[in-house]
Design a protein around this ligand. Structure first.
Ligand code: ADP
Length: 239
């Protein structure tokens, strides 16, 4: 398998605190990979370093072999890495359709006018929001706003999709629907790196996982094997 994303020697300090220390892992084309670890272990910082919201002190982030570490977020998004955020970010006073169109205008080959409308409707149907394009984003329920954020990320036609606790805060029914949606994207060939705490979701969705603790990668590999590693178990029990 080819590594689509390759992170190596990634380090980020905040003052005296090393939030991410020499992190190294790779995500293969077409896989859904989990990024796990107790609170404060460096997962969100790692996502921010990959998406360009933060610049690493040292280390590289390679997308298809090209080092993108330290580039600006919009350049990285255009280059093929889209993300969702831990706290949902939709534009409340725009329609659902316009939110998606804003993503389409942002991609490497922007779409405008009628083609953008058609593509936006397709993306909305893909995330389960078919027919909702005309309402204000603010009128959507929380889970539907999450679906909208996903549609906007997909509008970039990403090579890699970063999900930061996309399933957090959903009730049991919404969680099942959310897992099914991520599953369907994976079946369509979307490569995903997801920070997640919901273990049942990780077991169902992630073929492999990386586990961080105190800024360092402490385990990586097939999900069931990683979950059984003593270092992983004690990292979680110590949380
Ligand atoms: P996780 O996502 O695994 O919960 P984070 O990446 O958010 O962990 O945080 C890792 C560590 O870095 C934590 O100790 C956190 O307090 C610290 N940290 C994160 N962002 C900042 C920041 N902007 N300034 C200072 N410290 C930060």
């Amino acid at each position: 398998m080819t590594a689509l994303l390759e992170v190596s020697g990634l380090t980020k300090r905040f003052g005296g605190l090393v939030a991410v220390r020499e992190a190294a892992f790779s995500v293969n084309e077409g896989e859904v990979m989990g990024l796990l670890g107790p609170n404060g272990s460096g997962k969100t910082t790692t996502m921010n370093l990959i998406s360009g919201s933060l610049k690493p002190d040292t280390g590289s982030v390679r997308l298809e072999g090209r080092d993108i570490a330290g580039r600006r977020p919009h350049a990285i998004a255009r280059g093929g890495i889209a993300r969702t955020f831990q706290l949902v970010r939709v534009i409340d006073d725009m329609s659902v359709r316009e939110n998606v169109i804003s993503g389409l205008a942002f991609r490497e080959n922007p779409l405008w006018g009628v083609s953008a409308n058609v593509e936006a409707e397709k993306l909305l149907a893909r995330v389960g929001l078919g027919g909702r394009g005309g309402v204000f984003a603010a009128e959507l329920t929380y889970v539907d706003q999450k679906r909208l954020e996903l549609a906007r990320a997909l509008a970039l036609s990403p090579r890699l999709l970063l999900l930061d606790e996309w399933l957090a805060g959903l009730n049991a029914t919404e969680l099942d629907g959310g897992i099914d949606l991520i599953h369907s994207l994976a079946n369509e060939g979307v490569t995903i790196l997801m920070v997640e705490h919901v273990m049942s979701a990780i077991r169902r969705l992630c073929s492999r996982c990386v586990v961080m603790n105190a800024g360092a990668v402490i385990a990586a590999g097939e999900t069931a094997a990683v979950m059984a590693e003593p270092a992983v178990i004690s990292a979680y029990l110590g949380d």
